[in-house]
Design a protein around this ligand. Structure first.
Ligand SMILES: Cc1cc2nc3c(=O)[nH]c(=O)nc-3n(C[C@H](O)[C@H](O)[C@H](O)COP(=O)(O)O)c2cc1C
Length: 148
């Protein structure tokens, strides 16, 4: 069996971490794409992502995933407002993750993984998904220790 990195990244930090994790774990990699793209403009992104969080909007995912051959999914996201972007909720709710282990990782400005962790744990529990140990991936050192 094999693994894949699926990641959301708007300014490139999580993409960089995802690529490093892919090369260290010999995984495939795919970017998570919302149907309605997040704006490139920072102020607009703050507005849209804040609105989704405040109103519990779970945006639709554009990818049609075929995850049959994978048993481990490394799921990467930027921490927004001390939690996961709401499209991560959509991921747990709409993607078939039966018999797979999801290992979350996040990049942040300075937040710890422990800030988004309870939200991810609740999503996993509500959707009956098995979680692996997550980690913050702000540096190669954090990635290496997270993958141990
Ligand atoms: C809307 C928004 C909210 C954010 N909230 C947080 C936060 O609560 N804590 C934090 O440390 N960083 C926060 N950040 C910074 C991002 O988590 C950080 O820059 C991340 O690495 C961005 O990943 P990306 O380049 O893959 O998009 C926020 C950024 C945005 C745009």
């Amino acid at each position: 069996m094999s693994s894949i990195i699926i990641y959301l990244s708007e300014s490139g930090n999580t993409k960089k971490a995802a690529e490093l994790i892919a090369s260290k774990t010999n995984s495939d990699i795919e970017r998570l794409e919302p149907v309605e793209p997040y704006p490139d403009d920072y102020d607009e992104l703050v507005k849209m992502s804040g609105n989704q969080r405040d109103n519990n909007i779970h945006p639709e995912i554009a990818n049609k995933f075929n995850l049959n051959k994978y048993d481990t999914i490394y799921l990467g996201y930027p921490t927004w407002y001390h939690q996961e972007p709401m499209i991560i909720d959509s991921f747990f709710e709409t993607v078939d993750l039966k018999n797979k282990t999801v290992v979350p990782f996040t990049t942040t400005y300075n937040s710890e993984f422990s800030e988004s962790q309870p939200f991810i744990e609740k999503l996993a529990e509500d959707n009956k998904v098995q979680l692996g140990n997550g980690f913050r991936a702000n540096s190669e050192a954090e990635i290496e220790s997270g993958l141990k």
